[in-house]
Design a protein. Sequence first.
Length: 158
Amino acid sequence: MAAAKPIPDGYHSITPYLSVKGAAEAITYYQRAFGAVEVYRLPMPDGRIGHAELQFGDSRVMLADEMPEMPDILMRSPATLNGTSVGVVLYVKDVDAAFAQALAVGGTVKRPVKTQFYGDRSGTLEDPFGHIWTLNTHVEDVSPDEIARRVAAMPQQG
């Protein structure tokens, strides 16, 4: 038997894992909002999703319904925690179109799309399940020195 690859095909070194209150509905939202493709779904006997995997471009995101009965792995959703401290960055070909699509199917603007000093056009939204997504399209290659210059030239905010 051949040795298994340490990182399986189709995965990267880091893969986000989202805990969601309403994972089946979230999968539908991510498909409609971001064009995600469902790769795998493990339904539980009680109807919850125990594990699912979605393909976003060349990257995977794993998710499951929240499972408060499993305190050792903290499977609680942003809805239960009243917020999240983690955001997901998603690079897309057309941030304006992708952002508009995500809003049209239920997302809420946190920060409108605009061209940023670091060379990306980006905007941030909250999905209907409480997860924060920043959508980006890279529009300009900017050196670290130029980024520092641009930051220094910005008006300082208190």
